[in-house]
Design a protein around this ligand. Structure first.
Ligand SMILES: [Zn+2]
Length: 244
């Protein structure tokens, strides 16, 4: 599997960038994970939009779905230009029916419901989910091919269950939205030290931090993680390819 950060920011994107999103690929299958603000623009540096085979959204906050509408428009414009394509599956949870319904658009995209108990096949990936702790219902994800696994925490504050969920992963992509002085004070997010603790307790082989804050010096978030976890750790870098 290879996975490429498309955006790294939480809340809204910095100029000429995108909110936290990843492109995971294997066997020529291309799956976009989250589709927030700026993602459609950034993604085109790495993949023509018509080559996306599936999208998975962790939850329905704007920084994870803002560009779904634009993605749907790209499909319909392609259709009017005479390019026939099967409906693009967009996987999202069904706890919020109003937002889930919006994943389906004409015959261009179709919403497919997921929940924390599911283990589903998306192209070559076996994908499972774990509920996180966030102001709205949100799902962490694990992508497996053969014996390899990549786990993404999505948006969450500390939750013990995520340790087991991430156990032994080849790569943990953790949110780290908080500076240490805000850890435990801002609902729904973690700091670098918590991401590091998760990586350590789960025994993962590598840690990448994402959903980073726009203010302050984000190197401090990396510093907080490496104090706790001594495996390879870095801030997600847009366009860098991570392979497991
Ligand atoms: Zn969120």
């Amino acid at each position: 599997m290879k996975i490429t950060p498309i955006g790294i920011w939480g809340g809204y994107p910095k100029a000429n960038s995108a909110t936290s999103s990843f492109l995971i690929e294997h066997d020529n299958f291309h799956c976009l994970i989250d589709c927030g603000s700026g993602v459609l623009s950034s993604l085109q540096n790495y993949l023509p939009l018509e080559k996306i085979d599936a999208v998975v959204v962790s939850h329905y906050h704007a920084d994870h779905i803002a560009d779904v509408g634009s993605l749907q428009f790209s499909r319909i414009i392609n259709f009017y230009l005479g390019h026939q394509a099967p409906p693009l599956p967009i996987y999202g949870h069904t706890k919020d029916q109003e937002n889930f319904t919006k994943l389906s658009y004409q015959d261009q995209t179709v919403g497919i419901g997921i929940s924390e108990d599911d283990v589903i096949q998306i192209g070559p990936f076996k994908v499972s989910f774990c509920r996180t702790v966030h102001p709205v219902y949100c799902l962490a994800m694990k992508f497996k091919v053969g014996g390899q696994s990549i786990v993404l925490t999505a948006d969450t504050e500390w939750r013990d269950e995520l340790i087991d969920f991430a156990r032994g992963a080849d790569l943990l992509i953790s949110e780290a939205n908080l500076y240490e002085e805000h850890v435990g004070k801002a609902p729904g997010h973690m700091g670098g030290s918590e991401a590091g603790r998760m990586a350590k307790l789960a025994g993962v082989k590598q840690l990448v931090l994402t959903h980073l804050p726009l203010h302050g010096n984000i190197e401090e978030i990396l510093d907080a993680a490496v104090v706790v976890y001594d495996g390879p750790t870095e801030l997600a870098e847009v366009g860098k390819v991570y392979e497991v």
